[in-house]
Design a protein around this ligand. Structure first.
Ligand code: FMN
Length: 373
């Protein structure tokens, strides 16, 4: 399973694990993979705390940080986070907030004691991502910064390169991958539609080889639908230099997801997910529930663009955190179709070892096909 990328980053297995949970990042990197912390939900101050913690717990292993600078969003060009937040808040129609409030009330989800959480601007703008990148680059074990939803701006790529780190970017189509390569991105992550979170329309098996051919010799990580070693073997057989996984880590023992949410994921099948704009404003794969269905209904308000929609749905996310049992049908549960392969809570190390064993079994199976009977 050892590819050039492993040598480049100093890792044993080219298994990249995207997660919002610092314990998972540290555990994956310690097990020989490459943990990547999703920074989108953290203020720069909180990110500093999370990365300091990872530094203390990851040993000498490297890890990565993922930010979100979309290629297109409302308020683009405004680089002061406070001004941008004020400007955007004024754009959220009252009808959307009332609709969200009604949905939560209809499901018996209690209000929060500290007031409402409408109008919160998450870190998915250039203005909010810039300070996160500065914090990340101040941590020497951060070897890679990944960007979701667009090609990182030239000055961001320069800043990361000047700090001696690698830049990766996600894509869902070959033309996006070519833009990444032309901008100087070092690693392209090709995510098929089955993946959890923001995702395009083309399936992994069709997308990966197209992206690999379009950007060769730039290394490509295969994302979307990886949950077993045999699937890793398939990705490497197609020419990927490694795999980028997300859903797999939601249900591990080290994940900080509330037990009720883990149980919901373990019980879900591959047909229980949907691509919906109802939480973030861009198509994002998540478990289907009453919230995603309600925003599809023609008589109801249409989701706003990114980042406005989260200024509405952030209230549901905050209440679901506080009352996960009551909010089951209105909670934000991003996950990919591979959820149907997740059946039990396991430790990170066991998951990595299973992936490696499964990969070896698959490659041995193929090698036997080539031998004379
Ligand atoms: C809960 C969740 C949240 C995600 N959030 C982000 C994010 O903030 N930034 C990002 O680059 N990718 C995000 N993703 C996508 C992952 O990075 C990864 O590409 C995807 O999970 C791969 O497909 P898989 O879920 O089938 O493994 C998220 C995925 C999940 C499951």
């Amino acid at each position: 399973m050892h590819t050039d990328l492993c040598d480049n980053l100093g890792i044993e297995f080219p298994i990249f694990a995207f997660t919002h949970c610092r314990d998972v990042v540290a555990a994956v990197s310690r097990a020989g993979g490459f943990g990547v912390l999703g920074a989108v939900g953290f203020s720069p101050e909180q990110l500093q705390i999370e990365l300091d913690w990872i530094d203390e717990h990851v040993g000498d292993h490297p890890y990565g940080v993922d930010v979100v600078i979309p290629g297109k969003y409302e308020g683009m060009g405004e680089l002061d986070p406070a001004t941008l937040a004020d400007h955007l808040r004024a754009m959220v129609p009252d009808g959307h907030k009332q609709f969200a409030r009604r949905l939560l009330a209809d499901h018996g989800v209690p209000e929060l004691p500290d007031g409402d959480h409408f109008g919160r601007l998450l870190g998915w703008t250039a203005a909010t991502a810039a300070p996160q990148i500065d914090v990340a680059l101040n941590h020497s074990k951060v070897r890679l910064i990944a960007n979701a939803l667009g090609t990182p701006p030239a000055e961001v790529i320069d800043e990361i390169h000047q700090a001696g780190r690698l830049v990766a970017a996600l894509c869902g189509a070959p033309d996006q991958a070519v833009k990444h390569k032309e901008a100087g991105v070092d690693i392209v992550i090709a995510q098929g539609t089955e993946g959890g979170g923001h995702t395009g329309e083309v399936g992994s098996l069709v997308l990966w080889p197209q992206v690999i051919a379009a950007v060769a010799p730039t290394p490509v990580l295969a994302a979307g639908g990886i949950g077993s070693g045999a699937q890793i073997a398939a990705a490497l057989a197609l020419g990927a230099q490694g795999v980028w996984t997300g859903s797999l880590w939601l249900t591990v023992e080290e994940s900080d997801l509330p037990p009720a949410q883990k149980a919901q994921l373990l019980a879900a099948g591959s047909r229980d997910t949907v691509r919906s704009r109802s939480f973030t404003g861009k198509p994002c794969r998540m478990l289907r529930n009453d919230w995603t269905e309600a925003w599809e209904s023609p008589e109801n308000p249409k989701p706003l663009g990114m980042p406005l929609q989260y200024m509405v749905s952030g209230e549901a996310v905050a209440r679901a955190h506080a009352y996960p049992e009551k909010a089951r049908q209105v909670m934000f549960n991003p996950v990919g179709q591979v959820v149907g392969q997740l059946h039990e809570v396991r430790k990170v190390r066991d998951v990595i070892m299973d992936l490696v064993e499964g990969y070896l079994e698959a490659t041995e199976r193929l090698a036997r096909l080539g031998q004379p009977v």
